[in-house]
Design a protein around this ligand. Structure first.
Ligand SMILES: *[C@@H]1O[C@H](CO)[C@@H](O)[C@H](O)[C@H]1NC(C)=O
Ligand SMILES: *[C@@H]1O[C@H](CO)[C@@H](O)[C@H](O)[C@H]1NC(C)=O
Ligand SMILES: *[C@@H]1O[C@H](CO)[C@@H](O)[C@H](O)[C@H]1NC(C)=O
Ligand SMILES: *[C@@H]1O[C@H](CO)[C@@H](O)[C@H](O)[C@H]1NC(C)=O
Ligand SMILES: *[C@@H]1O[C@H](CO)[C@@H](O)[C@H](O)[C@H]1NC(C)=O
Ligand SMILES: *[C@@H]1O[C@H](CO)[C@@H](O)[C@H](O)[C@H]1NC(C)=O
Length: 474
């Protein structure tokens, strides 16, 4: 009798995740949303690592970027050492750990003592190794491999210039994805023109077929691997996409709802405005979203938002400018006049959110410049927009720009809060034993306490079971 009871008992003890999860958590995926971040390989050099991303608040990560070798139709890493080899600590001194994930990892270390499946967390091998460790902690987290990026029309065109090349490229790409344990592929073809648009159709169709074969080989359900496609904000560029074909294969369309203005523009103006202000620019996120909703399902559309501003040396909204603003103590990306959100607003600048425009700016009181970006109010306005229109969710370019330490300032935290909190996020794996309420205000001690009580509960179950067995045997 004992020998039959024991395995059951052991599995009961081992699966203590079930005990820890809150049974009242609504698990319906109906009205839930995706929140995604692009993590860029080069943010390693800013000491921003995947582990700095608050795992509790996101459902998807895009790793940017794999590169295309158009001669062999293969893929390679922009910085292979950082992607695959560099030893990256899970806890590092350059970051304040006042938020989710790091404590989650520490907690999981404790769990490893009682849970048979958890492995102790050690330093990561490469950024991709660290992303996979994060997937161990939140099984529902989806990490896609993004390929392409800025000005990649020609290289994509080359890799898809014949059916044979397209198939080889898809096979190489899917092999890379599987080899490194990614959950999908994000195509950042920027941007197809009239000539290359049929190549894009063929690529997406062939990629979907290759992914389906991989799913069968892995014994997965169809459509388990994600296939997403980045889209430009500019409606005239969107005319080159054949959505009636693409919509049949693409899981998510990632609308890059930013960069409508920059150093190339005639005037200083919003670059990520939700609505068209009465300035010269007629471009708006709303216009493009409305255009797309005629062509794709609303649950296929993820609204992209910037975690950076674009600066102009000029006097104000809709006025001429000359180069980037002079902003003391802040490095702006060369010639791009890009300022990371965590540095905004700059000193001596006044922040203004314009509800009519659905975006924000900060201007220098002495007329030295103006920066356009989304502030927390803009993030909240966009969360409501996503909710009202029933879109799939929101994403940001990129994770380094936001400020996850100051929760009331973080774009991601404000967005999720306005959606209605962590329960509004899509939960891809119901066995994820996350504790949203505790995680939300997680401090080191509150999270450690949570771990402690979980372990106590497991301990009690074990003791009571043994008492039960002993009584039963005697
Ligand atoms: C989700 O929404 C659809 C349409 O509104 C409805 O038919 C379906 O029952 C809902 N499913 C759940 C699990 O709530
Ligand atoms: C992790 O990396 C840190 C810093 O590089 C090092 O001090 C520590 O010994 C490493 N820990 C393990 C378990 O390898
Ligand atoms: C961490 O937080 C403390 C206190 O809030 C602050 O003094 C310190 O500068 C922060 N460290 C970093 C690296 O941000
Ligand atoms: C906000 O935008 C609207 C529309 O462009 C404009 O009329 C209004 O003056 C702006 N307000 C501020 C404070 O910039
Ligand atoms: C958003 O676009 C739709 C369709 O073009 C339009 O009817 C609506 O007024 C726009 N919303 C705002 C606030 O401009
Ligand atoms: C944001 O939070 C910090 C620390 O909790 C607080 O000092 C600050 O006043 C808050 N800012 C706003 C605008 O609420």
């Amino acid at each position: 009798m004992l020998s039959r009871l024991l395995p059951a008992l052991i599995s009961l003890c081992a699966s203590h995740g079930g005990l820890a999860s809150n049974p009242e958590v609504p698990k319906s995926n109906n009205d839930t949303f995706v929140t995604a971040l692009y993590y860029t390989e080069w943010s390693f050099y800013n000491k921003h690592y995947p582990v700095d991303i608050p795992l509790s608040h996101i459902t998807n990560i895009y790793y940017a970027f794999a590169k295309i070798d158009s001669k062999s139709e293969g893929t390679y890493w922009g910085d292979e050492k950082v992607a695959l080899e560099e030893i990256i600590p899970l806890v590092h001194e350059d970051s304040n750990s006042s938020f989710g994930v790091r404590y989650d990892m520490l907690c999981s270390k404790d769990h490893a003592k009682t849970s048979s499946e958890a492995e102790p967390m050690v330093n990561s091998t490469g950024l991709i190794g660290q992303l996979l460790q994060m997937k161990q902690l939140k099984k529902g987290l989806k990490v896609s491999l993004a390929i392409g990026g800025e000005n990649t029309n020609h290289v994509f065109e080359g890799a898809t210039s014949s059916q044979r090349k397209t198939e080889r490229f898809c096979q190489n790409l899917v092999d890379t994805m599987r080899k490194h344990g990614f959950d999908g592929i994000d195509i950042d073809w920027e941007f197809p023109d009239l000539r290359s648009s049929s190549n894009l159709n063929k690529l997406i169709k062939a990629l979907k077929e290759t992914l389906s074969v991989a799913e069968k080989e892995n014994g997965m359900l169809p459509n388990t691997y994600l296939l997403s496609l980045a889209l430009p904000l500019d409606v005239s560029s969107l005319k080159n996409y054949e959505f009636e074909t693409l919509r049949n294969y693409v899981t998510y369309f990632n609308l890059m709802g930013y960069d409508s203005t920059g150093p190339w523009s005639d005037r200083a103006d919003y670059h990520s405005n939700l609505y068209s202000p009465e300035t010269y620019s007629a471009s708006s996120v709303n216009n493009t979203v409305q255009y797309l909703l005629d062509k794709i399902d609303k649950k296929q559309l993820i609204l992209g938002m910037p975690s950076y501003g674009r600066s102009f040396k000029g006097m104000g909204v809709g006025l001429p400018f000359k180069g980037c603003a002079n902003i003391a103590d802040i490095q702006q990306e060369q010639n791009q006049c890009i300022v990371n959100y965590h540095n905004l607003p700059p000193q001596d600048y006044i922040e203004v959110h314009n509800f009519t425009a659905g975006s924000s700016y900060a201007y220098n009181t002495k007329g030295l410049g103006i920066v356009f970006y989304d502030n927390p109010q803009a993030a909240r306005q966009k969360a409501n927009y996503v909710k009202e229109l029933g879109l799939a969710g929101g994403f940001w370019w990129d994770s380094y720009g936001d400020d996850f330490r100051a929760k009331n300032r973080s774009l991601l935290y404000n967005f999720v809060d306005e959606l209605g909190g962590l329960y509004m996020l899509k939960m891809s794996d119901p066995t994820d034993d996350f504790y949203p309420d505790e995680m939300d205000g997680a401090t080191a001690s509150s999270y450690a306490t949570q771990c402690f009580y979980t372990d106590i509960r497991v301990f009690l179950v074990i003791v009571l079971s043994w008492v039960f067995i002993l009584v039963f045997i005697s």
